[in-house]
Design a protein around this ligand. Structure first.
Ligand code: NAI
Length: 255
């Protein structure tokens, strides 16, 4: 308990899935959490359910002006930003995503949210955390580590997040900013995005998950709480000696 007590935490894409599980865990561990998401209805409902330490703010992570507004408002209201979890992301745009199928429009749509969204988040966080200190955790994927022929644009975007994490981490250490920046790399997780992934691979949801179960050495795909636990660890002082690190939580998939 209290591993992030009184930490002012911004989690993007927190209306559902991994982001929502992370928001719930951080609140249980004493944080004040700002849930930010494109989906205002689900985000507001989630914040209401989580109680008085949860607040919802609308944010499209690919919009630079909205980032300025959201982080500026948080600092004006709470005095600082301690933790940023760059969790918002998209898998696809409803089309096949092999090297042969992907058009430039689809490629750019995925990079805009997954790469530019994390870039803007890191930039805003560094600006506001460099005096007061803080931790940034970026959601990457096993798709940043192994080839994913069905996900050419998504895999490249998550590799960019992995690399950006290390550059931000080293920049902060060189400048002596008390900011750590790390990434997490989940296997397929049981969320709306996980379901979308299974239908892309297989067409059929149930046989998609069955196939993944057979491929994951530990025998089952991860749940959102498995990723939330790793985000909590990286954001907390327990990981004070970690920066630029990548935490792979994949049931042995890439081992
Ligand atoms: P999800 O699709 O269940 O939830 C994503 C959330 O992000 C939604 O609430 C959505 O409204 C929000 N969002 C999307 N675009 C946004 C934007 N432009 N601005 C603000 N919010 C936006 O996804 P899930 O599964 O919870 O994934 C969270 C993160 O974990 C993503 O970055 C994803 O790439 C990563 N991840 C997920 C895996 C999985 O199998 N579920 C595996 C590996 C990584």
């Amino acid at each position: 308990m209290d591993r992030v007590k009184d930490k002012i935490t911004l989690i993007t894409g927190a209306a559902q899935g991994i982001g929502l599980a992370t928001a719930r865990l951080f609140i249980a561990e004493g944080a004040t959490v700002i849930l930010a998401d494109l989906n205002a209805d689900a985000g507001s409902a989630a914040a209401e359910e989580l109680g008085e330490k949860a607040h919802f703010m609308p944010l499209d992570v690919s919009n630079a002006d909205q980032w300025d507004q959201v982080v500026g408002d948080i600092v004006a209201t709470h005095g600082r930003l301690d933790i940023l979890v760059n969790n918002a992301g998209i898998l696809a745009t409803g089309k096949r995503q092999t090297i042969e199928d992907t058009d430039l429009e689809q490629w750019r749509a995925i990079q805009t949210v997954n790469v530019e969204g994390v870039f803007l988040g890191c930039q805003n966080a560094v600006r506001h955390m460099k005096e007061t200190g803080g931790a940034i955790v970026n959601l990457s994927s096993v798709a940043a580590i192994i080839g994913t022929p069905q996900l050419i644009a998504y895999g490249a975007s998550k590799a960019a997040v992995r690399q950006m994490t290390k550059s931000v981490a080293i920049h902060c250490t060189l400048r002596k900013y008390p900011i750590r920046c790390n990434s997490v790399h989940p296997d397929p997780i049981r969320t709306a995005m996980g379901d979308e992934l299974m239908t892309m691979y297989d067409g059929d949801l149930k046989s998609g998950w069955d196939n993944i179960e057979n491929r994951i050495p530990i025998g089952t795909p991860g749940e959102p709480i498995d990723i939330a636990n790793s985000v909590l660890f990286l954001a907390s002082d327990e990981a004070r000696h970690m920066t630029g690190s990548e935490l792979v939580i994949d049931g042995g998939l890439t081992a």
